[in-house]
Write a protein that binds this ligand. Structure first.
Ligand code: AMP
Ligand code: TRP
Length: 325
């Protein structure tokens, strides 16, 4: 079976964008691939974190992975920091990465602009992400649009390493959904929905239904009053159509037809119903999982499996690089 690896950072509240752009696909891939899914807590450290909060967020994110449908019998679910090979290969790959290419990463440039002081970790983070992926001889990496550049860098690093030291790494492919790869903010539909901004524009997976209702009702649209998919000229309405379509399993074209001549009130009402139908069962499962201790056993077993799967690649890398074993 081909292998899949992907990760989500335990920082902030997960959004509908995380779910529609990434996690939904993680679930769908479980039957056809050998999947490794990680709570990438080392990545969260690139910006300041409260220690106790970080620990809680990691458990909460693991529960959400399970709540959306990751099945620990099929997939390996683990917390990154419990598998030391990630940090170790991360260093080795930093020594195979160039300042210039890391400096070109748009996520780094955006985040560095927002921050007063920037850690070295924020800069070198794509090398750690490359380590996450390459450790497992991954074939496919399902991610949202914003991670494409990092997966491309991972490929460059893998190819460079293999050219220098021999065929050690499989060169992975990104898998980016054709629709929903970039869910936009409801209040600023030119920006992506993001878990750190905490505004009315972001639907969080754990938002109360009445909060979700308020956010969708206030979503920015336009003055044309025609329900039509046109992301360029009608970003707000197009975003609602995409969210609705992905949540209800219908096509955007079918929805355009249904809401013909009905104005935006009906579109918002339908979108709300579709979103709640997806999120309410996820929230119920999440609450159940958080109330039990089951999650700790699942994560311990996942970390053991991940350590075992990662070991051969790390050993090979150290051998070929000339490190004493
Ligand atoms: P992060 O929250 O940065 O750890 O992202 C976890 C996954 O969610 C990555 O694969 C992202 O590409 C994806 N993702 C984050 N925000 C969005 C969004 N607004 N639309 C689609 N995918 C997203
Ligand atoms: N950098 C990713 C993000 O911010 C998270 C991530 C870390 C990841 N390691 C990964 C995604 C490996 C895919 C594969 O969303």
């Amino acid at each position: 079976m081909k292998r899949v690896f992907s990760g989500v950072k335990p920082s902030g509240n997960l959004t509908l964008g995380n779910y529609l752009g990434a996690m939904r696909h993680f679930v769908a891939m479980q039957d056809d691939y050998e999947c490794f899914y990680s709570v990438v807590d080392l990545h969260a450290l690139t910006v300041p974190q409260e220690p106790e909060e970080l620990r809680q967020q990691a458990i909460s994110l693991a529960a959400l992975y399970l709540a959306v449908g990751i099945d620990p019998k099929k997939s390996t679910l683990f917390i990154q920091s419990q598998v030391p090979a990630h940090a170790e290969l991360g260093w080795l790959l930093q020594c195979m990465s160039y300042m210039g290419e890391l400096g070109r990463m748009t996520q780094y440039k955006d985040k560095a602009r927002e921050q007063e002081s920037v850690t070295v970790g924020l800069f070198t983070y794509p090398a750690l992400m490359a380590a996450d992926i390459l450790l497992y001889q991954t074939d496919v990496v399902p991610v949202g649009e914003d991670q494409k550049q990092h997966v491309e860098l991972t490929r460059d690093i893998a190819i460079r390493f293999n050219n220098r030291f021999g065929e050690v790494f499989k060169v992975p492919e990104p898998l980016i959904p054709s629709i929903g790869a970039r869910i936009m903010s409801l209040s600023e539909p030119h920006k992506k929905m993001s878990k750190s901004s905490n505004s009315m524009g972001d639907i969080h997976l754990l938002d109360e239904p009445n909060v979700i209702k308020k956010k969708i009702n206030r979503a920015v649209t336009d003055s044309e009053a025609v329900v039509r998919y046109d992301p360029e000229n009608k970003p707000g309405v197009s975003n609602l159509l995409v969210i609705h379509a992905l949540c209800s399993g219908e096509s955007v074209a079918a929805l355009e037809e249904r809401y013909q001549g009905q104005g935006y009130g009906a579109l918002k009402k339908g979108t709300l119903e579709a979103v709640l139908a997806v999120l309410e069962p996820i929230q119920a499962r999440y609450r159940q999982l958080m109330a039990s201790d089951e999650i700790y056993d699942i994560l311990a077993a996942g970390a053991a499996k991940a350590r075992e799967a990662a070991a051969p690649t790390l050993k090979r890398v150290k051998e070929v690089m000339g490190l004493n074993l």
